[in-house]
Design a protein around this ligand. Structure first.
Ligand SMILES: Nc1nc2c(ncn2[C@@H]2O[C@H](COP(=O)(O)OP(=O)(O)OP(=O)(O)O)[C@@H](O)[C@H]2O)c(=O)[nH]1
Ligand SMILES: [K+]
Ligand SMILES: [Mg+2]
Length: 435
């Protein structure tokens, strides 16, 4: 089967200073030759005139990466042209006429994986790095790209393969009377491995949040000023504000970069005994959001008597911060009890943001330890743990060995060491074209 040579605009589409086209596959170098009349030195940027069908397309730079020393492991050519729509259109048309095919989303990374240039965790890290919107997301993705997660997972898999070898040896040694000692050894090792995996799964849930955004929910009685505060923090009119109690019904989200932390801030319906159905549904959604949030911002109207708001007070816990709003019209409240702010004037907003940031930093600081960062990783570890919890060296050896084999299979799926094909579509589906 011949491999298609593919191409894509690797830089963002539209107008720009430079547009980078990437070609990968066996015909890359010949295609470059037909477009420029040149055969290039490897990895050396060369000025080229790009022409096709008697027409000049552009003047730019070209780079040639011979296989296997390229991103995809195939022959790769990069063309750096002027970032204009007409240039991109003309080059794409020429490449099509020369028999190249437009790349599918993630196809370059997929080829890199198939050519052993990347494991799946590194491929995912590239996607994360391109999608990273905050410093914390960038750091986490880079850590994964450096291979921390791949090494952790591969270590687990090696341990499982060792345990499997020992289990199979139990048969051989059963006559010599050391079979029982071996069985104890294996069981101890498997239990230690399970404890490590469980710890990493817990840590992984924090890391997934870092990829997807840390959820902060704004909660409080109607008219406490939740929506006003949300708008003030977001710096724009995200939610409707009015003097009418019960204005907000749906959960309204906005994404923030809180000094490098990705945050999904959610405004919610005011909490009270609801008057009617729609508001009651809004309150149910608010309570559900309170339940799932990483952090709750409990807003009280400081111009009233906050201690009367029993429902919001009952939500005060480890994962909440208390905010007294309407400081512009209220007497100062004891500062230990919460943060005084005014959504109307912006008073106290800096203190509130600083507090949010420190709470988030305390909970989500990324350690140097590699971690699971996606639901896909967690699902594989959970499947592995399920197989390991069935494992018992007292079972017939073939059955015990099968549990370990399944466990190793499940864990291998994280880097793509087994059962590869079915996984690829899942992993590469979320890539954009040109990666
Ligand atoms: N003086 C003063 N009024 C405020 C402040 N924040 C909000 N308000 C007013 O309080 C009223 C309610 O504000 P909202 O932001 O709609 O309150 P909410 O908590 O979202 O209300 P619901 O969505 O109904 O639960 C509006 O009239 C706001 O203008 C503040 O800091 N100072
Ligand atoms: K309101
Ligand atoms: Mg509101």
């Amino acid at each position: 089967m011949t491999v298609a040579t593919i191409f894509a605009l690797a830089s963002a589409p539209g107008r720009g200073g430079v547009a980078v086209f990437r070609l990968s596959g066996p015909a890359s170098a010949d295609t470059l030759h037909s477009l420029t009349g040149k055969r290039l030195q490897p990895r050396l940027a060369t000025r080229v005139r790009v022409r096709h069908g008697g027409e000049d397309i552009d003047d730019g730079l070209a780079l040639y990466f011979p296989a296997p020393h390229s991103f995809t492991g195939e022959e790769v050519v990069e063309l750096h042209l002027h970032g204009g729509r007409a240039v991109a259109a003309a080059l794409s048309q020429s490449l099509l006429e020369l028999g190249l095919r437009p790349a599918e989303a993630g196809e370059f990374s997929r080829r890199a994986f198939l050519n052993d240039k990347l494991d799946l965790t590194r491929a995912e890290a590239i996607a994360d790095l391109v999608d990273a919107e905050t410093a914390a997301q960038r750091r986490q993705a880079l850590q994964q790209l450096d291979g921390g997660l791949a090494a952790l997972v591969e270590g687990w898999r090696q341990d499982l393969i060792r345990a499997l070898a020992l289990t199979e040896a139990i048969i051989d040694f059963s006559d010599e009377g050391i079979g029982d000692d071996l069985a104890d050894d294996v069981l101890r090792q498997v239990r230690a491995l399970m404890a490590d995996m469980r710890a990493k799964t817990r840590e992984g849930q924090r890391r997934e949040r870092l990829r997807d955004g840390i959820h902060i929910a704004i909660l409080g009685a109607p008219n406490a000023g939740k929506s006003s505060l949300m708008n003030r923090i977001a710096g724009r009119e995200v939610a409707i504000v009015s003097a009418k109690a019960g204005t907000t019904r749906d959960v309204i989200e906005t994404h923030l970069d809180l000094h490098g932390w990705p945050v999904v801030l959610a405004d919610t319906a005011g909490l009270r005994e609801a008057a009617e159905d729609i508001e009651a549904e809004g309150i149910a959604r608010a309570l559900a959001r309170a339940e799932s949030a990483d952090l709750k911002m409990l807003v009280f109207d400081a111009s009233l008597l906050p201690e009367r708001d029993a429902q919001t007070r009952s939500m005060i816990d480890e994962a909440s911060i208390v905010v007294f709003n309407k400081a512009d019209v209220a007497n100062p409240v004891d500062s230990d009890a919460g943060i005084m702010v005014s959504a109307r004037t912006g008073l106290g907003l800096d203190a509130l943001l600083a507090r949010l940031e420190s709470e988030v930093a305390n909970r989500f600081a990324v350690s140097a330890e590699p971690a699971l960062t996606r639901a896909r990783h967690r699902a594989a570890v959970e499947e592995c743990l399920a197989a390991l919890s069935r494992f018992d060296p007292a079972k017939p050896v073939e059955l015990a060995a099968e549990d370990l084999r399944q466990a190793a299979q499940a864990i291998g799926r994280i880097t793509g060491r087994v059962d590869v094909e079915e996984l690829l579509d899942v992993v590469f589906a979320e890539f954009c074209i040109g990666k």
